[in-house]
Design a protein around this ligand. Structure first.
Ligand code: SF4
Length: 345
């Protein structure tokens, strides 16, 4: 049965939810990564691995969503709440430009006390004054801010796009099943709302990525239901340029995290490549997984290393700290590096 499913995928046919579940539960990980790698080579230039360079700017750590895995509420509880000023953001972005990044990932906290003009000023400054690509706002930020400003989501997105927003991260997805939502972040958007907001972004000409974060007490059905939701949304609005499998990182004591083995991570990379037949790029993350596993992921279905990151406080030691390091990493893994834009243009 497993061989039949893998042959079906290799023949370019879409596998069903039940077939995906069978692969995740019963397939040998080495068989999976072989097929993931073959599909990646067939669909994309087999010699090239993409990378990009961005700086993550968390404009605030104040947030009332209370996700169990997030350390922001601990920072706020210990009086380390902040909202970055326009000048502070300009200084961070200017430094990122000097270090070779041309893109900003702009995310909170969900802080409804910040006026709309703040976002317009920041986006204008980043996009028009500094000429950077800005990817910003997770679906929960979009939904809450639109509501707070008395706007529809399309109207909010149109105004932010006009100010300089260029794409959106499909952040805050983690695992989009009701069972896991209740454990992770009951105040975040439920599955259909998350998909609807991402769909509005795509329709507004704001493409982006999506991800899965695993390594807690999710069950196989959670994983397949999550991938199926992304594939279904992609069929409708087509704005996910890439998909990134991550694992949960220890940030708080309120949330159970289990060890994800190397084979399990690689099997997930392959499953994403096999199941998400309508998402072109699968990204490996040296930042989260370490260089050795990211290297193997590039031979398991991934074709991109996500990025090198100018600043990521929690995980900096494991990532790639410069463009030269990113290129060296890709070459040593056996590929030609290609610097891409956030939207894979
Ligand atoms: S919404 Fe984001 S910032 Fe807020 S608690 Fe959840 S993960 Fe943290």
């Amino acid at each position: 049965m497993i061989t039949t499913i893998l042959d079906k995928a290799l023949a370019g046919k879409r596998i069903s939810r039940e077939e995906g579940l069978a692969l995740w539960c019963h397939a040998d990980w080495t068989e999976m990564v072989d097929v993931g790698n073959d599909l990646r080579k067939h669909r994309l230039n087999p010699n090239v691995v993409g990378y990009t360079a961005y700086r993550l700017i968390n404009y605030t750590n104040a947030c009332d969503i209370d996700c169990t895995f997030c350390s922001f509420q601990d920072e706020v509880a210990s009086s380390r709440a902040y909202v970055l000023s326009l000048d502070e953001i300009r200084a961070k972005a200017t430094e990122a430009l000097r270090l070779g990044a041309d893109q900003i990932l702009f995310q909170g906290g969900v802080h409804v006390g910040i006026p709309k003009q703040y976002y317009l000023d920041v986006l204008n400054m980043l996009a028009h004054e500094l000429g950077m690509h800005v990817r910003g706002f997770s679906p929960i930020e979009i939904q809450r801010y639109a509501q707070n400003f008395g706007m529809t989501i399309p109207a909010f997105l149109a105004e932010m796009k006009e100010a300089g927003l260029a794409s959106v991260p499909g952040a805050g997805a983690e695992i989009l099943t009701e069972r896991m939502r209740q454990k992770l972040s009951p105040k975040k958007l439920p599955l259909q709302d998350w998909c609807d907001v991402m769909g509005e972004c795509h329709k507004a000409g704001l493409p982006g990525s999506a991800n899965i974060v695993f390594g807690s007490d999710e069950i196989p059905d959670d994983i397949i239901d999550h991938l199926d939701a992304i594939r279904t949304q992609q069929d409708k609005t087509g704005g996910f340029n890439s998909f990134v499998p991550w694992i949960f990182q220890p940030q708080t004591k309120r949330f159970f995290i289990r060890h994800v083995t190397g084979p399990e991570y690689l099997k997930m990379v392959a499953l994403c490549r096999i199941y998400l037949d309508n998402v072109v790029h699968i990204e490996a993350s040296a930042l989260v997984m370490g260089k050795e596993l990211a290297e193997l992921a590039l031979h398991s279905g991934a074709d991109d290393i996500n990025s090198y990151v100018i600043e990521e406080n929690v995980l900096r030691s494991r990532g790639l700290a410069s463009e030269a390091a990113a290129q060296k990493f890709i070459r040593e893994a056996g590929f030609e590096p290609k610097r891409r834009k956030f939207n894979f243009d």
